[in-house]
Design a protein around this ligand. Structure first.
Ligand code: PLP
Length: 283
């Protein structure tokens, strides 16, 4: 598997970063995960825009122009021997000595990318939906930054694994925020409800696409705060992310969501999503 580190492509197993890299010592960096279908990066411009936003928020100068990023990603995609890929892209503030919380005066960002085979949900999972649990959101107040410091998300996801479900939905001050690694939509009385973007959640590239698709297909959608009680009383609940795409949550904390099967609005949205994806792949 060929990966990229600071200007060079090489087999992943051969790449090394210094132990003083601030990504390793402080989790001082940001990342993106870009899905690639049939060797075509999906929504790359949007991912690069969010990367810029994350870099600005943590005050790391973007080491590359959009054209350079596009070329690096293109080359990485071409180097793999599998066509559907999940590209992980990470920029840290780089290595610095001595160890000091404050920014070093002159560090060079570390840029690392690698590709994994993309595994999207199986037809069975799409048809049956998945289970989720809820948990208190104990993360910091800048969850709109796609930061590599993910310990709270890691613990929340492990909670899902321990509970034998697909996702943990995070609740803060009585409001549904997002999943440990996904955004959450709710359907009530035929209307899709989306929690409004804020510093408390990561605005997913898939989240934005779902909103676009709802508009394109005249599906009623409202951005509004969703309480934990409203989540539990929802007719449908979906999770979205670049790798999970759009997946119905049919059981929440052991109780059925709506009728306990993927709902009609989910099915319509998934069809629009799949058609959009196919359209992009044919371009
Ligand atoms: N929220 C969190 C916390 C995430 O980690 C992710 C993706 O990993 C998302 C939302 C969904 O974002 P995207 O649709 O860009 O994959």
């Amino acid at each position: 598997m060929i990966a990229y580190l600071n200007g060079s492509f090489a087999p992943l197993a051969q790449l090394q970063v210094p132990v003083l890299d601030r990504g390793f010592l402080f989790g001082d960096g940001v990342y993106e995960m870009i899905p690639v279908y049939a060797r075509q990066p999906f929504r790359l411009a949007e991912h690069l825009r969010r990367l810029q936003h994350s870099l600005d928020a943590v005050r790391i100068a973007n080491p590359h122009s959009e054209a350079e990023w596009t070329a690096i990603v293109g080359e990485l995609v071409a180097q793999q021997d599998f066509a559907d890929q999940s590209i992980y892209l990470q920029v840290t503030r780089g290595a610095a000595y001595p160890r000091n919380h404050a920014f070093p005066a002159d560090s060079t960002p570390t840029v690392f990318l690698f590709a994994d085979p993309l595994t999207t949900p199986s037809a069975t999972l799409l048809a049956q939906g998945v289970a989720a649990v809820t948990q208190a959101d104990v993360r910091w107040l800048r969850c709109n930054i796609k930061a590599i410091s993910l310990l709270a998300n890691v613990l929340a996801k492990q909670h899902a694994v321990d509970e034998d479900v697909a996702e943990t939905i995070l609740i803060r001050d009585g409001l549904m925020i997002e999943g440990s690694a996904s955004n959450i939509f709710v359907v009530r009385d035929g209307v899709i409800l989306a929690p409004p973007p804020s510093h408390l959640m990561l605005t997913g590239i898939t989240y934005d696409l779902i909103i676009e698709l709802a508009q394109q297909h005249d599906m009623p959608l409202q951005a509004c705060e969703i309480s934990a009680d409203e989540l539990r009383a929802a007719d449908e609940v979906w999770l979205t992310s670049s790798s999970k795409e759009v997946l119905a949550i049919v059981t929440l904390d052991g109780r059925p969501v709506g009728n306990g099967v993927p709902g009609p609005i989910y099915k319509a949205m998934y069809a629009h999503y799949a058609a959009f994806k196919t359209g992009v792949m044919q371009q």
